[in-house]
Structure formats: C-alpha cells, structure tokens
Design a protein around this ligand. Sequence first.
Ligand code: F6P
Length: 420
Amino acid sequence: MSRMNAFYAQSGGVTSVINASACAVIETARKHRNKIANVYAGRNGIIGALTEDLIDTSKETAATIAGLRHTPGGAFGSARYKLKSIEENRAEYERLIEVFHAHNIGYFFYNGGNDSMDTAHKVSLISKQLGFPVTCLGIPKTVDNDLPVTDNCPGFGSVAKYVAVSTREAALDVLSMAKTSTKVFVLEVMGRHAGWIAAAGGLAGSAPEDAPHIILFPEVPFDEAAFLARVKKCVEAYEYCVVVVSEGARYPDGRFLAEAGTRDAFGHAQLGGVAPVVANMVREKFGYKYHYAVADYLQRSARHIASATDVRQAYAVGKAAVQMALKGNSAVMPVIKRLSDKPYRWRIEMAPLARVANKEKMLPKRYITRDGFGITAACRRYLEPLIRGEDYPPYINGLPKYVSLKNVPVAKRLETDFVV
Ligand code: F6P
C-alpha cells in the first residue's frame, strides 16, 4: 500500500490518560513515516471527520506530543456522538468515507468505549462496501472499566487510585471529628452501570473497622432497610461510617436512585446526585450529621495522582493499535491480557471489535461480599495492581505543567458541508 494518512479520534467521556494513548499513536506513526504519512485528529471526535474538521498533528513538536502523555482531558476534543445504523443513516457513513478518501486516510483509530467500538466496526464494514477499505482499529478507553475481553480499560486504574486515595484521606478527616460532629461521609463515584469504580473505593481499607464501611454497587439492588441498619451498626461500633456509592446505584425495580432526567447522545440517562439522596436518608432516620462529596469530573481528570500502571497501559494500547494496523489487521482492538496478579504481569493481545462492541462487563458476583456492601479478596487481587505506581506530571509554580496543542486545521478539500 502506498503511504496513506491516519485518522485518530477520541470518543465519549475522557480520562486522565486518554492523551497518553494519543501520544502513543502519534509517536508510533511518526516512527513509520514510510507507511503513515501523517496523523490527522478529529476535532471533537468523529464529528471532526463528518464535518471535515481535521487537525494536522504534524504541526506539533515532538516535545509537545510527548507532553500529551502526562496531560489529562481530550487534547483534540471528544464527543458523545453515535453513528446510527447503516440502514437508518447511510449518508453519515458515506460522508465519512468521502472525507477519508479526500484526505487519503487509510487508517482509522478510534479511542473510546463500547459504543465507539461499535462505530469503528461499522466503519470498517461500510468502507469495504463503498470500495475504499479503511483499516479500522479500536483503542480501549473508559473509566467505567466495562469493556469485555480486556483485563481492564485504560483510564480506570487512575480513577480507581483517585477514589481509593480520597476515601482513605476523607475517612481520616471524618474520624477525627466524629465524636462531636460529622458521623457519616458519603462519596459518590462514577460508573453508570458497572460498579468497578465503587469497588475501587474498597481498596482504601482492609479491616472491618476501616473505611469504607459500605459500598453501594449498581449490581446490587438497593435495600434501604439493610443499608440504614448497617450505617447504624457502624456508627455504634466505630463512631463513624464512610459510604462509597456508585452513581448507578438502583432500586430493585431498576430505577436509579438519582437520575438527572436528561439523556446523552447515546441514549444513556445522565446520572449524578445520589450522594445527597442517601445522605438524607441517613439523617432523616437517625439525625446523624453528614457530609458528602460528588467526585464527578475530579476523579476522571486527576492526572496528578494517576496510576503509573494505567499510564503505561494507555500508552501500550495506542502503540499496539498502530503496529497492528501496519501489519494489516483491521476491525480489531488491542486488549490487555493479565498473566499474573502478583507480580502483575500483562501483555497486549488482539481482539475482534465484534467481540467488544456494545457489550458491558459488570462486576462479577464473586467480587462482591455476600452482604452486598463490600469487596471480596478476589476483587482486591484484581484491583490492587491497577492502581500501583505514581506517574507525577512535571510541576511549575506549584501546579502541574500540562501541554496545550496548536490544533492547526487541515485545509478542507470538499465543496460540501455536512451538518451534524
Ligand atoms: O464515560 C463514562 C462516564 O465517565 C460515566 O461514568 C459517567 O456517567 C459519564 O461518563 C458522564 O458523562 P458526561 O461527561 O457525558 O456527562
């Protein structure tokens, strides 16, 4: 194949290490200039491809690209934008291929979660049908850690570390004042349907008296009476009670404890605000003073306390995606294969996108204690290596020194505009 360009886009909620994958894609492509002429990034993800709003990454210096490795957020802009089915909106797919054709793009790297893997898969199919086959690779990313096949998802390890560290630190604060002041602290964490992030809070302690005393998982239907009884027991035994609650916690009938009422482009309910709901339940029943925190974007942007393992893996999947593409593989995603827990050893393997697309990996039953409020030893074994190691960004004047890109646009070649 003659030299072609590559298109790279970020999709869905960003993470503190998604730019490490971007860094790997660009650095690896730059090492293969004989095959990949240039990497164009989509401004605001796939929308950039549809609207021919491409970013020329060759305008960035090697030092700036290297700086992406320690910079959180999505450097080119990410989007929650799901392509419809081919039958419903063929025009969108045709437009993508038209843009790829116009810019001589033969490689498509899509960095996202379950929905994005579905898009990458569809683009690979349709590009063949339209006679301009594009090599399509998924690059895993999601703080929710709910992609199947891979041992874990880049982005998760760092959120897990942030949540475990914050739970441990806040618990010390609460405990020191519990006799006369706050007795209950509730930390709300992300994870729409799967309780992986909430489970990570469990790493903060290991003995029954250690915080968190209660974890509320989306996988365990919320039992208000059992929850309140447990809070009381904790306060009586230890003077305080720390609760980690997943934003996806649900009632037995499937309703979320806190649904904001809005939906995103993928049709997912926007969540948030479960912490005050459960904290209020506690106060109404027992009158305990409480504080709560909604970790929200702080958890998925906290690059200052990223897990070194996570950063390494985010880089490794980006690099492997380019290498796999150059070997002629398409409609696949690099996955992390765990070889052992202690020491944690892993390698990158390849999985077909069809096995990953649109599937969610929930926290297995064997990772949740029988009472439904904690994590098991098996869960700890799984989680512990993922938060290992620190990878501090450089600091200047007391603040992390993150890079910002020039994001120079590629000149448009098409006459037509496309409205998304
Ligand atoms: O992409 C995962 C996630 O971080 C979820 O855990 C969370 O519910 C959601 O994104 C928030 O999405 P948004 O930033 O689009 O509101």
